[in-house]
Design a protein around this ligand. Structure first.
Ligand SMILES: C[S@@+](CC[C@H](N)C(=O)[O-])C[C@H]1O[C@@H](n2cnc3c(N)ncnc32)[C@H](O)[C@@H]1O
Length: 259
């Protein structure tokens, strides 16, 4: 899997749609007054700002591997601390009461090691709250690989992949239940109503398509995007009112440390 180069402006084009699952996750966090909160894979900090409002007395830190996303976060959310680190190797200096992560951990490999490790670094009674897209088989994801493998860009994109498939719900249950005092696991499919031309392409350009676009020259990138748009259009037709519907399934995990 290639590491994506994140573009804060493109990612925030659909900030409303992307925010709702973040709020749905936060609504299920059962802690009233955590002292230390970490926003793992915080991106531009738009959700970190919401954590700040929900927990006004907590020490809040955002962690992300993208310098561009963190630059935006530091400007927009000056009353939180931000740290550049790869989640795969990240360990907090002081155990947090809440590790919150919205739409980020699907980019980090080896969940069978990662999730138990994140639980183990929590303070006693701490909470791990995670939301991740569960969209690997969706047409707009599967066709990224298919279109990448044909055409004049195929050579540049050999071996490139986006975020890998996450585990199925039962596998997270079996992995985490023995390590947790309580475990809440659920999926929600949102039906995003998008507007404009080829909005699903624009959506993907903010996240899953990034690893395929980053290695291409401007000319190849334009051609690749045109071919990708044509391939996914039949799966996401424009409705009579001009709306394009994007069904989007997300997996939520709220785990309390302890047994
Ligand atoms: C889709 S954005 C989500 C940002 C934010 N959590 C939100 O809800 O708006 C995914 C973020 O995960 C970060 N990320 C991906 N892999 C990472 C890794 N291995 N370590 C740290 N951050 C990572 C990216 O840099 C990006 O900012």
């Amino acid at each position: 899997m290639a590491r994506a180069v994140w573009d804060p402006a493109q990612y925030l084009r659909f900030s409303g749609e992307r925010l709702r699952p973040a709020l749905d996750l936060l609504a299920q966090v059962p802690l009233a007054q955590p002292s230390r909160v970490v926003d793992l894979g915080c991106g531009t900090g738009n959700v970190t700002a919401i954590l700040r409002r929900r927990f006004p007395d907590a020490e809040i830190a955002g962690v992300d591997s993208s310098a561009d996303m963190l630059k935006r976060a530091r400007t927009d959310v000056p009353d939180c601390r931000f740290e550049r680190a790869d989640v795969a190797g990240w360990t907090p200096k002081t155990p947090p009461d809440l590790i919150y992560s919205n739409a980020a951990l699907h980019w980090v490999p080896d969940h069978t090691t990662l999730f138990p490790r994140l639980l183990s670094v929590l303070a006693p009674g701490g909470c791990l709250a995670v939301q991740m897209p569960a969209m690997h088989d969706a047409p707009f994801r599967a066709l990224q690989y298919e279109v990448a493998s044909i055409g004049k860009w195929a050579k540049c994109l050999g071996g490139i992949g986006s975020a890998p498939a996450i585990l199925d719900a039962a596998a997270y249950w079996d992995l985490l239940r023995p390590l947790t005092a309580s475990l809440d696991l659920w999926d929600t499919t949102y039906t995003h109503a998008l507007t404009g031309d080829d909005p699903v392409v624009q959506w993907a350009m903010g996240t899953s398509l990034r690893p395929f676009l980053d290695p291409l020259s401007p000319e190849k990138r334009t051609a690749f995007l045109a071919a990708y748009a044509e391939a996914i259009r039949p799966h996401y037709p424009k409705h009579a009112d001009g709306t394009t519907l994007l069904p989007f399934r997300r997996r939520f995990i709220v785990a309390l440390a302890g047994t």
